[in-house]
Design a protein around this ligand. Structure first.
Ligand code: NAD
Ligand code: IPM
Ligand code: MN
Length: 360
């Protein structure tokens, strides 16, 4: 593969812009060290798209994303645009982008290295060594079902999955399970929802017929939320739909210590999309306090996608070396304790990128 890649940057709103700057600096440094060549172009998106071009996903942005080799996004949304409805909202720009690209497979890894288990909200001994891959369906379910109606006294959303959508996301989970421990827990609400009963039947059939070495269990989403906190080690690959995956991934961030640590990759479509799990955090915007790790690790997932395993590993090592030294942004310290600004933290990550020894 050529070492020349065009990366479309979508800074978006709030802390999205700040964390994306950090990720870009890290990529620039890594490209120098590893002899890679990246071209970056930034495009208006989300609230920034509304403000500059009147729409959250301007046509020029969509076209550029379709033509790029990968998209690196910050985050979108904020109180300024909260009064808008439906397709006018920043969030619908993101949903339309995912849908237009066809990135149906959203990978949200949650890892808690032993040396960083003390960062968790839960007792360190409970979370040390947790390594979960949430495989979230991203272009279907209640996020996209029609009809969708909002009237003065009544509103309606539609949860719908067809068999083919469940089959293809189950195959993604099956492949991940094969590469990992061979275990999947599929999360649904089959005791109530018809959609979940079809989900359960279809996932069971695909795993039985196509992944005979993979063990598939099913769990109701309410129980899964509790089990994630009670005994996270029972999970390896979690397979789930769009809405449940959204909720469970934010919940899982408490295992690692902060939402600011969780990256994601959205794959399976025309252009891969990499974005932190978190949002635009209006409460932190402009304060130089947003944890850039989620965005930086999303960039590492992009390098993985291009098989630059060494470069990706060097980013992960630099991040964990920085955290191990005890450098934390505000989200990782107790209230009132001292913390580093996001830019100082990023500078230390950048200097740690020069370390030759990988840090486990
Ligand atoms: P949020 O993820 O922005 O923030 C939730 C909490 O986590 C806040 O307390 C915030 O300060 C904290 N947090 C988030 N990222 C952090 C980081 N990097 N470092 C430190 N702390 C961090 O969710 P929200 O407040 O529910 O939503 C705010 C806006 O973001 C809304 O408009 C929402 O629609 C949007 N949103 C966008 C995305 C996205 O762009 N992918 C994801 C989620 C929410
Ligand atoms: C996420 C976000 C989005 C989602 C919103 C902003 C549309 O919460 O990426 O997790 O719900 O998918
Ligand atoms: Mn979310």
């Amino acid at each position: 593969m050529s070492h020349n890649h065009h990366i479309a940057l979508l800074p978006g709103d709030g802390i999205g812009r700040e964390v994306l700057d950090a990720a870009r600096c890290v990529l620039e440094r890594v490209s120098e060290v590893h002899g890679l060549h990246f071209e970056f172009s930034a495009y208006a998106f989300g609230g920034a798209g509304i403000d500059s071009l009147g729409t959250p996903l301007p046509e020029a942005t969509l076209t550029a994303c379709q033509e790029a080799d990968a998209i690196l996004m910050g985050a979108i949304g904020g109180p300024k645009w909260d009064g808008l409805r439906g397709a006018d909202r920043p969030e619908s720009g993101l949903l339309r982008l995912r849908s237009e690209l066809g990135v149906f497979a959203n990978l949200r890894p949650v890892t808690v290295p032993e040396s960083l288990a003390h960062l968790s909200v839960l007792p360190a001994e409970k979370v040390a060594g947790v390594d979960i891959m949430v495989v979230r369906e991203l272009t279907g379910g209640i996020y996209f079902g029609t009809p969708r109606i909002q009237e003065a006294h009544r509103a309606l959303d539609t949860m719908v999955y067809d068999v083919q959508e469940i089959e293809r996301i189950t195959r993604v989970a099956g492949e991940w399970a094969t590469r990992r421990s061979g275990r999947i827990i599929s999360v649904d609400k089959a005791n109530v929802l018809a959609v979940s009963r079809l989900w359960r039947e279809t996932a069971s059939r695909i795993i039985r017929d196509e992944f005979p070495d993979v063990k598939l269990d099913h769990m109701y989403v309410d129980n899964a939320a509790m089990q994630l906190v009670l005994d996270p080690h029972q999970f390896d690959v979690i397979l789930t739909g769009n809405l449940f995956g959204d909720i469970l991934s934010d919940l899982s961030s408490t295992l690692a210590g902060s939402l600011g640590l969780l990256p994601s990759a959205s794959l399976g479509g025309t252009t891969p999309l990499f974005e932190p799990v978190h949002g635009s955090a209006p409460d932190l915007a402009g304060l130089n306090r947003a944890n850039p790790v989620a965005a930086i690790l999303s960039a590492a997932m992009m390098l993985d996608e291009w098989d630059y395993a060494e470069a990706a590993a060097s980013i992960r090592s630099a991040v964990s070396a920085t955290l191990k030294k005890g450098l934390f942004t505000a989200d990782l310290v107790l209230e009132g304790s001292s913390y580093q600004s996001a830019t100082v933290f990023t500078d230390v990550v950048l200097s740690n990128l020069n370390l030759s020894e990988p840090v486990s």
